[in-house]
Design a protein around this ligand. Sequence first.
Ligand SMILES: Nc1ncnc2c1ncn2[C@@H]1O[C@H](COP(=O)(O)OP(=O)(O)OP(=O)(O)O)[C@@H](O)[C@H]1O
Length: 962
Amino acid sequence: MASLTYELTLAGLSVGAAAALTGVGLVVTYRATGVLNFAHGAIAVFCAYLLRQFVVVWDWPLWAGAALVLLGVAPALGLALERGVFRPLAVSGNDPARTLVASIGVFVLLVGAAALLWGTGAQEDAPVLISADPWGQLAVVCAVAVAVWAVTRLTRFGGELRAVVDDRRLAVLGGVDADRVAAVGWAFGACTAGLTGVLLAPYVRLDPYGLPLLVMEVVAVAVAARMRYLSVAVGVALAVGVAQSQLTRLHPGGWAQPLLQAVGANLFVVALLVAALVLPAVGGAGALSQAATRRVVPAPPGAWPVAGVLFLLPLGFAGSDLHTAVQVPALALILLSLVVVTGRAGQLALGQGAFAGLGALFAVLLSLGRFPGLPQLPGPAALVLAVLLVAPLGLLTALPAIRRHGLALALATFAVGVGVSRFVLAQPYAAGLAPPRPAGLADDRAFYALELVLLCGALLVVRQVRQGRSGRALAALRDDEAGAAAAGVPVAALKVAAFVLAAALAALGGALLSFGLRSFDPASFDPVRGLLWFAAIVVLGADGPLSALLGAALLVGLDAGARGGVAAATVGLLAVLVGRFPEGPYEAVRSLSVRARGRGRLTERGDAVRVRLGRVGTGADGESAARDLRDGGPAGPAPRTGRPHGRTASGPDLAPSRSAGRKASPAPEGRPSGSAGPHTPATLTPRAALHAPAGPEADAGRPAEPSAHVPGAGSGPGGAPPSPPPAPRAAAGPPGRAPVLACSGIVVRFGGRVVLDGVGVRVEAGRVTAVVGDNGAGKSTLFHCLAGTLRPDAGRVSFGDRDVTRTAAHARTRLGVARTFQQLVVFPSLSVGDNIRVGAEQGHVRDPGAVARLLRLLRVPDGRRTDDLSTGTLRRVELARALAGRPHVLLLDEPTAGLDDAEVAELTRLLRALAADGTALLIIEHDLELVAALAGTVHVLEGGRIVASGPPGEVLPARAGR
Ligand SMILES: Nc1ncnc2c1ncn2[C@@H]1O[C@H](COP(=O)(O)OP(=O)(O)OP(=O)(O)O)[C@@H](O)[C@H]1O
């Protein structure tokens, strides 16, 4: 027995050593470049094939082949990838979605190229570089790990590496050659990938699809090591390898037997599921730009009728052509699922193959009467029930997606895809299933016609989802999750809905695929297919149903008409190009031609400048927008009643110069504060704009008007005194008014550090309350607690008499607490009008004229895209979106950031008018002059505590004098 244990341990160490090498390679590449290299497994298989080519086919000596592959080809491949694919992405900001798409593109490209060059069948004669005896392999792993440790800890290069990892731009400013660091990281990562492939190939099947996946399952090891700790990666890899090996000894009877066998054979997949779904997310938890997924390739005119005719053509086919054609609508449905979840909702869904496979398996089992607990069903009923059963399983990816973004979400959905493939689809009960076609549809033509009908139905459903209110909400979610929540979009529910609908569509497609081919083949739905489909839909323009039709025709056509691997190689190549040139082929050609002329090298500095200029909005539009703002006069007229707290603009003694850090205004304001501008309709006050009479249904669904809903709200200056606030500990503020929004005793800790310590503020109707303080004082943290984006560790937040401490951000918005962002947030894929419409729709404001009035009031251009508008205009768009939901409370985090003096004056007048109309405002602001001009009450935050509160005239001079 002891010797069996020993033997199994040795076998496990051998597997673990290869996994450890993968882990080390992934960690080093990630540390050097910030990229989780999905192509690692594909590089491994490419190198393994190449060594076989040299040694077995061309009869080279093993040492020569190995030296050339591992010390020549692999690092050269890594360098080429860094130089040609990932460096331009890193320079342009390392958008994780684009980087991920590019690395999946490289994966698909290399896998396709391997299939093209060496065929899709498995090779059994890969040369053995190091014997199966684990000691040699372990020695290699230890040597590699120690070398990496020594280089990163003891050399200057290691210091540079750490600097680049911490902050690439900062490191570059500090003189570090980030490109060199990344190049070394890529070369080394590719070397370890090659070594892994060469070590594994003789002991597992060397085939273009299986081996890369095997290597990618091992990503769990790197995730468990938090993409950081080499020793953890090596330890986990060896432990899982040994445990997997030892599990083969157990042979329990009954139901546990197949389960244990499956787990024993796939312990790295279990580890992947745990690492991706249970451990804290890697790659940062923040919402990420999904620029790569929202790409729309505009359909040329007449594309839909042409597509319709092309899809009808196969009805005239016969024989094998028609048999091939039946796969197209089925695959189009699967790709359509990605249009919904990735294209429109912006979620990186790498596991759609799993849902297609489940749909196929369930439908086939049901139609054969082999589904546990259910009788045999006729084909159509089996199809419907399979879709209904799989749809809720969309929660498998939807639930992780609620908290995970970007890379972490990609890993989670990939893990689910791999898990379902290994534990459900590739099981003995699923082997050799041959479902009958539904009665009356045995003929390929009839079946194809049914598929077309179902595809049309699905296209109509997707069209409905992408249009109108739901379409705008999904686009907002895709563009900026926090912004969407702030506009009132129920982010979590919408994600769940998108994933569930996508699972249903994929299941329908998968079921049709199996019925069409009259067989269930788990390999048709393996995770590599999932990656290929994902890359294909992103390449063709994820947010467009036409892409699904085109993609399906392309993939099926290439698979049927060309050598195996051509489809994957084509999609991979396109994905790499799209990763680099997301703006499309024109941009690609332009950039390449500029480079060919030797003038277009994108430098760190050049790009940074462009990014900066882009943000402040240069060019004719930006300048004209700023001029409009200056010349157009204030957004609203003078307050109808006097200012409630009777302050006028501050004296010069109160504030430091406002122009610090702000664009200088070339034109004088030339107008007294609060006066109406020439372009503003004289009768249009902010509240009048928001609450202008509308149809009887105008406020349907709205909880209540301020006075009915919130004590004190809407009473404005001189309103009836409301009842006292219910807050347990009275917050600072003048007595006699009930706060619309209040917090008390707020405590927030980050990692044990107290950032807010018993803070309380009241935000009252018709008043501007300000919070000032030094950088890091805790202002934004307090703001997040009030807006609902952060739950305090202790304390209470109340809205009127309602405790909202645990109420989600979007729900607070719907109650009437609107906010803007310090880094302004607009939804770039929506027009200006639609940006505002999202706010109105989510606030259940059904007055059709409200958006138009807001557009007029804030003088923002409807129909325009947001990309080329100036910061000032974008701030007004953001404000308009916040106001569109008719909020009772408006929270503004540094609203003047990036504005010039004229724009600040404009904003000041608008905010004053809003307050005069009864809105409760809370401002976090460094600009003391603005605070003095606007606020009735000022709270000074220092080190997480409120150290002074009162009217600005009392509080601010002390601050200004510091
Ligand atoms: N998510 C977080 N994790 C850990 N620490 C955080 C986090 N968010 C904020 N902090 C820390 O909490 C403190 C308060 O941050 P906060 O952003 O609230 O300050 P602030 O007053 O808004 O500063 P600024 O004016 O620069 O925006 C800072 O020291 C910051 O580093």
